[in-house]
Write a protein of this length. Structure first.
Lengths: 565, 407
């Protein structure tokens, strides 16, 4: 390992009075986040239910967001899902719509929503990207309570909603499905991206008890009811037919056979290193789901047996967002999941062969219980070669009000720094004003919008403008970013695995659609390199192709499948 | 034979009549002395009576009672026990013996005697009330319920009986029933501040924090230094997540009474809710130093150690909680979890099975047991535990579902 951490570790040999943890945690953080949303031009407010009270659970869960490069100019653009309100008549032209912002490559963005044709009003939920038709332009799937949108990227700056035509509208007669997290995934490795859509509740506002009934109390407050007690939704898996249409294979694939429901965050990764993508779903108030890919077009939910379904004490948690990384660099992708207030987040260490060990407490994530977590992402914010964690928070119920403390409706974020020894230090208070600003955060995506070699954060906040947290890295560590383009594999390279070796330190990550809380992060894979000035890269494409290369640090490298430089 | 028998009987009757007459006079004098508060005099008189009628359980009981009044507890016990030997169904002796054991802080021997008293005279209000009270005091709330239900039926005007029934209901999960019982207790005797405190506490616990607060304020209006009311006002703030106010109230109680274990405990809970684990730990340690038998403090301290990844220390505290309170299902559950995480799978299994035995409606211990059995290689057992958890959860959700659907 070649980083500041190595230096700190070497100090431990001569300063036995202090533990490694203490020394590592005490070093200068090396990064800080500043909210630049306003200067960047992200002015549109996300509307989602009542601002002070919510009568229905649908008003509480908020929207996702995406960092993706829709025009292939090498700069991340932004998509922010929007919601609406019950019993509100919007003046013409003022109804809230999801927003697409084009990156101006100077730290600012231009709202191109209307021009791109993606303006849609409704109860928008999650978003995920993927080039489902392999035309070289990433498309967008946006989930809704009700019919979903599949925005086909026309390659000319415009999009067309082809959800109905493609068969992925997710509607259901007589009941509006509450579709949430989503991910494009080539589950059968045929080179075409399929689509997974999590479902929360089959939600009918007419039949759900309301707060006035007094049946649903939180801290003595009358609040929106559910999800426990409400009819859980069924997840959907669509198979890409290769002709612009999809077939619902939920039943055939075994996706409907799961112990958990109330699905929110979706995470696709190859957890058992068998080369096939598995699907993890963070379920609210029940056991999480881990669909193991059986390599034959079917999945089996193994979450409970795998030890990734419950908390360390066997309790169902209110799973919201979810992210994966090999945080301990042992060659297995681990999981972090955000949960409800009064509970901790979950850190499941993958010990191999589809077995997870809940390391929440051992790793130092057990001390924060006052936050209610949503968007979450692993990311090497200080580029030291170890994945840190960022969590976005905000209470579900506006009724809890604003307090001087950190556990009101608006909450600050939490940043955990990876100490490189299986443990994390809470460095939130040192991570800059963008972290400490309290908002009601929901979706969150990470990506390097200014291409300066560190990971920035996009946050969608309920009934508020978004946050764009620019990461300012001061540690001086090196980095490497890889933009992968599939040729035999899907064009977005979703599912490609990349190993990055610097000396004896080997990192690993995958190109992923969806993730966090119903959001889409940068497809480009980012590695912090510490003091290393180059790295050995190995790319394992979904097709089975393996590319190897040596890459110099501090650059964004584009690699086409089978054509490594 | 018949004539002889009659003669003997007559002779015996005559002799007894003479002795009875003397005994009556002594008993009368003894009662008179007792009524006048002359315990030594009354004792002497009853001892005199005992010489005349050494087989009388009632006289032995009276002697025992007066010895107890004169703080000669050891001797009192002997006389109560002697009375029971003479007449095993003599209810007052069982009752007095039970009370004597209770006062000697020996509930294990007190409760069976009180039960015997009730068995011998089930209509006696006092016996049943004391038995119910004793069950409550020893946290045997389920056993207390029928006794206290009976006494409130027999005497619906007794405020304290309702108060104790409320306590039993509260601790057996009948929260609405508890609120009702406390409400009656307060209505019957507005000066029953203990009942008012309990009433307020339950209102807070059932989501009516403001109404609960009003009860505590009423207590402070008549007793400004009432420590429990002050603690409970803090508790009400705690329930409303008004942590600053709760902390202020608990610190105020501690300032007035630094030896208030419950205030230290509640302050610890407030601090824990804001994730100040070190501050919380310090308050819990103080609470335990003051009252080592405060099971909740051991439990919460165990949870803090657990959250911090200190599983040995967590197990120690959780184990202490279960020793103090053998019915503490949640403590067994978390003990099992901590033991699992520190690698003591056998200990974890035992603790989790105890948790399930005490509360079969919580899916958590089943799931954790499933995890333990999986690691132990018992795949079938593991699967069964997970399935049981799923069933329990499903049942709970079905009940909740019925409640939440409008139609």
């Amino acid at each position: 390992m070649t980083s500041r951490r190595a230096f700190v570790a070497s100090l431990c040999a001569t300063l036995p009075v202090f533990s490694f943890d203490q020394l590592a945690a005490a070093t200068t953080l090396g990064f800080r986040f500043v909210n630049v949303a306003r200067e960047a031009g992200l002015h549109a407010k996300t509307i989602f239910g009542g601002e002070r009270t919510n009568r229905l659970l649908l008003e509480t869960t908020g929207c996702g967001c995406a960092f993706f490069d829709y025009d292939n100019d090498g700069w991340l653009d932004i998509f922010l899902v929007n919601g609406t309100r019950f019993e509100t008549t919007w003046p013409a032209g003022q109804a809230p719509v999801s927003r697409l912002y084009k990156n101006n490559r100077d730290g600012t963005f231009t709202d191109v929503t209307a021009k791109a044709g993606v303006a849609r009003t409704g109860w928008g939920q999650g978003v995920c990207a993927g080039d489902y038709d392999n035309d070289g332009f990433d498309d967008l799937f946006v989930s809704y309570w009700g019919e979903c949108s599949l925005w086909h990227n026309n390659g000319d700056g415009t999009f067309t909603d082809v959800a109905r035509k493609s068969g992925v509208a997710c509607g259901r007669a007589g009941m509006r499905r509450w579709n949430t997290g989503c991910a494009f995934v080539d589950y059968d490795r045929d080179g075409r991206l399929d689509l997974f859509v999590a479902n929360y509740i089959d939600f009918d506002p007419a039949t759900v008890a309301v707060p006035e009934s007094g049946k649903c109390l939180y801290r003595g407050l009358r609040v929106a009811c559910g999800p426990p007690g409400l009819q859980g939704g069924k997840n959907i898996l669509f198979h890409n037919n290769g002709d612009g249409t999809f077939a619902d294979v939920s039943e055939k694939s075994g996706v409907l056979k799961t112990a958990g429901t109330y699905g929110l965050g979706v995470l696709v990764s190859d957890f058992d290193n068998d080369g096939w993508p598995d699907i993890y779903v963070a379920n609210d108030s029940t056991s999480s789901t881990l669909y193991k890919n059986n390599h034959d077009g079917t999945f089996t939910d193994v979450a409970i047996e795998a030890g990734a379904a419950y908390s360390a004490d066997g309790k169902s948690q209110a799973g919201m967002g979810v992210s994966a990384a090999d945080y301990d660099c042992d060659g297995n992708l681990d999981i972090v999941k955000t949960n409800f207030a009064g509970d901790t987040s979950s850190l499941y260490r993958n010990v191999g062969k589809m077995v997870f060990d809940d390391q929440t407490f051992q790793a130092g994530l057990g001390r924060n219980t006052r936050f209610l977590g949503w968007g979450v992402s692993f990311g090497d914010f200080d580029n030291d070669g170890w994945a840190d964690i960022l969590m976005c928070n905000g209470h579900v119920y506006p009724e809890v009000g604003e307090t001087a403390r950190e556990s009101g409706y608006r909450e600050r974020k939490v940043v955990y720094r990876n100490l490189g020894n299986g443990k994390f230090a809470d460095v939130s208070t040192e991570s800059g004003p963008g972290i400490l600003e309290t908002v009601s955060a929901r979706g969150c995506a990470i990506g390097d919008f200014d291409n300066d070699g560190d990971l920035d954060v996009l946050v969608n906040c309920t009934n508020d403008v978004p946050q764009l947290l620019r990461c300012d890295q001061t540690a001086g560590n090196h980095w490497l970013k890889l933009k992968l383009i599939g040729t035999k594999s899907n064009c977005s390279a979703i599912g490609a695995r990349v190993y990055c070796t610097t000396g004896s330190h080997r990192q690993m990550d995958e190109v992923r659609s969806g993730g966090s809380y119903i959001s889409q992060s940068d497809f480009r894979i980012h590695f912090g390199l510490g003091v290393a000035e180059s790295a050995e890269i190995e790319i394992r494409w979904p097709s089975g192709t393996v590319d190897k290369l040596t890459a110099k640090a501090d650059r964004i490298l584009t690699v086409r499948e089978g054509q490594a430089p | 034979m018949i004539v002889r028998a009659l003669v003997i009987s007559a002779a015996l009757f005559t002799g007894a009549a003479v002795a009875q007459s003397t005994l009556s006079q002594i008993e009368s004098r003894a009662r008179d002395l007792k009524a006048r508060g002359d315990a030594p005099g009354a004792l002497a008189a009853w001892e005199e009576a005992a010489k005349l009628d050494p087989k009388s359980a009632a006289i032995q009981d009276e002697i025992g009672f007066l010895l107890a009044v004169l703080n000669r507890g050891g001797e009192a016990l002997q006389h109560f026990q002697h009375a029971i030997e003479l007449d095993p169904k003599f209810a007052p002796a069982h009752y007095h013996l039970g009370v004597a054991f209770w006062l000697a802080q020996d509930p294990g021997r007190a409760i069976p005697e009180l039960q015997a008293a009730v068995a011998a005279d089930s209509k006696n209000f006092e016996y049943r009330f004391f038995l119910g009270d004793a069950f409550n005091a020893t946290q045997h709330y389920r056993e207390a319920l029928p006794e206290l239900t009976a006494v409130t039926t027999a005497n619906p005007k007794h405020s304290e009986a309702w108060n104790q029934l409320g306590l039993a209901r509260q601790n057996t999960g009948d929260l609405d029933g508890a609120v009702d019982a406390y409400r009656r207790a307060v209505a019957l005797n507005p000066a029953n501040l203990d009942a008012r405190n309990n009433f307020g506490f339950m209102l807070v616990n059932t989501g009516k924090a403001e109404q609960g607060m009003a009860q505590f304020r009423a207590i402070l209006a008549s007793d400004p230094n009432n420590p429990m009311a002050r603690v409970n006002i803090g508790f009400a703030h705690l329930q409303k997540s008004e942590l600053d106010e709760a902390e202020r109230d608990f610190r105020d109680v501690i300032r007035r009474d630094p030896r208030s274990a419950i205030a230290h405990y509640d302050l610890a809970v407030a601090l824990k809710q804001r994730d100040d684990l070190e501050g919380s730990k310090a308050e819990l340690q103080q609470a335990i130093a003051i009252d080592p038998r405060l099971a909740e403090a051991h439990y919460t301290l165990g949870i803090i150690h657990w959250q911090s990844g200190e599983f040995d220390a967590a197990a120690k505290e959780l184990s202490a909680a279960t020793e103090i309170s053998p019915d503490y299902a949640q403590a067994y559950f978390m003990l099992g979890t901590a033991l699992k995480q520190k690698g003591d799978l056998g200990g974890a299994e035992t603790a989790l099975r105890a948790a399930i035995r005490l509360n079969a409606t919580d899916p958590g211990p089943y799931n954790t047991l499933g995890q333990v059995l999986r690691v132990k290689g018992d795949e079938a057992g593991s699967k069964q535990a997970f399935e049981q958890a799923a069933k329990v959860k499903e049942r709970k959700e079905a009940e909740l579902g019925k409640m939440l659907q409008k139609k």
